[in-house]
Design a protein around this ligand. Structure first.
Ligand SMILES: Nc1nc2c(ncn2[C@@H]2O[C@H](COP(=O)(O)OP(=O)(O)OP(=O)(O)O)[C@@H](O)[C@H]2O)c(=O)[nH]1
Ligand SMILES: [Mg+2]
Length: 416
């Protein structure tokens, strides 16, 4: 494993505790990418140095220390400007990686679907483009991430500026097609009155674990890793009232989420902005959970999803002290454990309340020649009573106004 040093800056008004929480997270990101963190350094500064991010002297000091400890890369907790990165490389002679690059590399390793791979590549190219030297992108800086193992989303990127621009335009068109396709799927679901519930939250909050629990299949990849999930997964779940709804688990958010990822993951993130209801899952056992909650709310605003009905859910209740759990529940919060299933019934009730449309009672009287339609009516509405007499099949049903229109069109005429 390659050794790395983490570097952060503490500006006036910032709390050292928050900087340390952020470095803890950076450390997990670095480990996920395959590095071993040997040391962290935080510099107190009045402002960011426009040329080197940290002071030039500090950079030289870090380089000397790194050499002594056999460290090969310095990872900065913020996105560096291209010029800062270049200057730091020159001063230290070491690999300079920033938070954005680290996250992009992890995304590239995790991407499995065509959609994920295209979107990651689009974000990577946007990151690399302003970092190209006149000579073109040096292969060094392209291979300059942590480790050498390549994932399916990681490929050798184009090195010519013009070619990169062409490729980005091509990717934009492909992503637009995926986005259109997803839109059609969402419209179809809406026509079938199937509600879409999107599980959102900070990375590692337990979103995939919850979806596994809900669909009782246990096949969705969940792991104690950051960005375990990139591709959205949708599963049908039957609520207690018999209604079938769809739950989607999608990519998690993180503090300082690179803007190019939000932009290029458009197709994936529309599963959130097109949902009927959001479950905001919070890892209540994480000491930084309030800051994480705020980050998620801000990203949701960026996606234009702030007005979708949202249920806030505190997860990992099994790890919480009893008094904390009692306090949460005393405040009427929904606290669950996606691991043990505790509290999940209350969550499903809350979902049911939001997504269940107003139902109306109707009576249908069908001819025996129309008996083939009875199964269809069952699949669309809740059949309360079904009777056969000599001449007719009589049904008492409950359904929404949209479902009633569908039933009427199936029967080919208004039928009372
Ligand atoms: N103790 C405990 N662990 C949990 C619970 N829910 C999830 N976990 C663990 O938390 C880790 C992350 O879970 P995931 O379901 O992969 O989290 P995620 O939100 O999908 O994460 P990303 O896909 O990375 O965004 C895993 O190790 C889970 O086993 C819970 O209720 N209690
Ligand atoms: Mg996941």
């Amino acid at each position: 494993m390659e050794k790395a040093l983490l570097a952060g800056v503490c500006l006036p008004g910032q709390k050292l505790r928050d900087i340390n929480d952020s470095l803890d997270e950076l450390s997990r990101l670095a480990e996920t990418a395959g590095a071993r963190v040997e040391k962290r350094i935080v510099q107190n500064r009045a402002s960011i140095d426009s040329a080197c991010f940290i002071g030039r002297g500090k950079a030289a000091e870090i380089a000397a220390l790194a050499r002594e400890l056999g460290i090969v890369s310095i990872i900065f907790d913020d996105e560096l400007k291209p010029v800062q990165q270049k200057n730091l490389e020159e001063i230290t002679g070491l690999k300079i990686i920033d938070r954005t690059r680290l996250i992009l590399d992890i995304f590239a390793r995790r991407a499995r679907s065509k959609e994920g791979i295209l979107q990651v590549e689009r974000a990577q190219l946007e990151y690399y483009l302003p970092r190209l030297s006149k000579r073109g992108l040096s292969l060094d800086s392209q291979a300059g991430g942590i480790g050498t193992r390549r994932g399916p989303g990681e490929k050798k990127l184009e090195i010519d500026q013009r070619k990169i621009r062409d490729r980005m335009a091509f990717l934009d068109r492909e992503i637009e097609l995926i986005s259109e396709h997803r839109k059609v799927l969402r419209q179809k679901r809406a026509q079938n009155s199937q509600a879409l519930i999107s599980i959102v939250g900070y990375t590692n909050a337990g979103k995939s674990t919850l979806l596994n629990l809900l669909c009782e299949r246990g096949e969705i990849y969940a792991d104690d890793k950051l960005f375990a999930t990139l591709d959205p997964t949708t599963r049908q779940v039957k609520l207690e009232n018999g209604r079938t709804v769809l739950f989607t688990d999608t990519v998690g958010f993180i503090n300082k989420l690179p803007h190019m990822l939000v932009a290029s993951f458009k197709a994936t993130l529309e599963e959130i902005s097109g949902a009927n209801c959001l479950i905001h899952l919070i890892d209540a056992s994480n000491p930084a959970c309030s800051a994480q909650e705020e980050t998620v709310i801000n990203v949701l605003k960026e996606l234009g999803a702030q007005n979708i009905p949202m249920i806030t859910v505190f997860n990992k209740a099994d790890l919480l002290a009893k008094n904390r759990l009692e306090r949460l529940r005393g405040n009427k919060a929904i606290a669950i454990s996606a691991k043990t299933g505790e509290g999940v019934g209350a969550l499903l009730k809350a979902v049911e309340k939001i997504v269940t449309p107003k139902l109306f009672a109707h009576t249908l009287s069908l001819d025996h020649s129309e008996s083939a339609l009875v199964n269809k009516i069952h699949s669309i509405s809740v059949v309360k009573k079904q009777e056969y007499d000599k001449n007719r099949i009589r049904l008492k049903i409950e359904c929404s106004s949209e479902q009633w229109s569908i039933i009427q069109s199936i029967l080919g005429r208004p039928k009372k």
